[in-house]
Design a protein around this ligand. Sequence first.
Ligand SMILES: Cc1ncc(COP(=O)(O)O)c(C=O)c1O
Length: 475
Amino acid sequence: MLLYEKIANDVSNLIDEGTFKTGDRVPSIRSLSKQMRVSVNTVKEAYALLEDKRIIEAKPQSGYYVAARLPEIPHEPEFKKRELNFSDFSVSDLVLQIMRDSHSEDLIQFGAGMPDHKLLPVAKLNRMLSSESRRYPKESVSYILPLGCEVLRTQVAKHMMKAGCMLRPDEITITNGATEAIYLALQAVCKPGDTVVVESPTYFNFFQMLQDLNLRPLEVPVSYTDGLSLEALSYVLENAKVRACLVIGNFNNPVGISIPDRNKQELIKLLSIYDVPLIEDDVNGDLSYTDERPKVAKAFDTEDNVILCSSFSKTLAPGYRVGWMAAGRHQARVESLKLISNIATPTPVQLAIAEFLANGGYEHHLRSIRRVYAKKAAQMAEAVARHFPDGTRITRLKGGHTLWIELPGNIDTVAFYDKAIKSGITIAPGTVFSMTDRFSHFIRLNAASWFEKVEWAVETLGLIIKGLKTTKGTH
Ligand SMILES: Cc1ncc(COP(=O)(O)O)c(C=O)c1O
């Protein structure tokens, strides 16, 4: 056993014996290195090992703490070769129902993936909306070009340097949310009947867009540690005619996992061999639980093969509908599509967001919401562990706010959805995140809606599941 492994073992034993309990701070790296007379790097390695094993967790600017004993992570989806030959698909009406239910004030909202509205800087944005409309009286009410306001494009370009991405303002198009950006990207690169690789599971609206554009999704499984499976992707590219690949590279929805940098590089290499453009959705990229913002795949795009799409819906104001895209060589086509569909995104909201990025303390805002989401996700996962039946499995989040949960046995999560609604709680059943049935016993819960007073709702969900569990069997 190497020295750092021995130290990790000693700390782990102290936790097992109860010297340090869940939530306790463990000695800092420096103090443990002094106590044990080993180098700081050795303790760092020991702590990294304990973090990988989820025994301790780092809290930004605070230190290392004993992590809650959470259930294991879910079983990973497997790639089935027969899915290469899938035929028709049809998006369930449940998606619309979930959206409708997400607007009911009477329900506890664990279903839709909305941000916590209390964390949105409403007062500041309101002030900026009015000050910027006064500052630009003519522009704020006039037609503008499809690319959108230059002040905002400049701020987006500056911000994306933190994601390793060097963009010029004139390479960016402002859109009505990431939704429009992705829709335009699909329209720009695909023709009806084409096949588009998506992650399995993935954000349910993608299937609606694909259906609407008469495109066919081909699902490639997501590993719960490394994101999109490159092995499965390579098989798919070799054996099917794929027109585009649509991924959520950072803190994806619903799993919450990011593709590591080395895999992002591999992904880009692989796609360029087959000349398949990557459409990258980065709506959650700013919601990392550590202060290190993950890079986007576009940062590694040397061949101009990535269309990067994002928005301010998760961090500032989903209702403003301000998103953006960097479409690279497809930009002229995107501009013309944007012009045809709605000319441009409304100006006042663009100006307000630009001002927030320039002078509103966006980085400070991000640091504080990241901390809150990290805490909410940890507390909600612990509540799920307390109240859901044995055998429940949960992914570990490093950013974003959706928990991906595998339920034991053959639980039908659509039936679960109906019962949960009757008890005043929304959930998102796993079936809507795939056109296959591989996630029918999964649910996604939105940790943004968690606070301690709603623990009763998690407990109620646990009771409903226990009542639903009629057949035995595992997946
Ligand atoms: C992965 C992902 N992409 C896109 C969107 C939609 O973003 P926007 O509101 O900017 O259109 C969402 C919203 O939940 C999402 O989770």
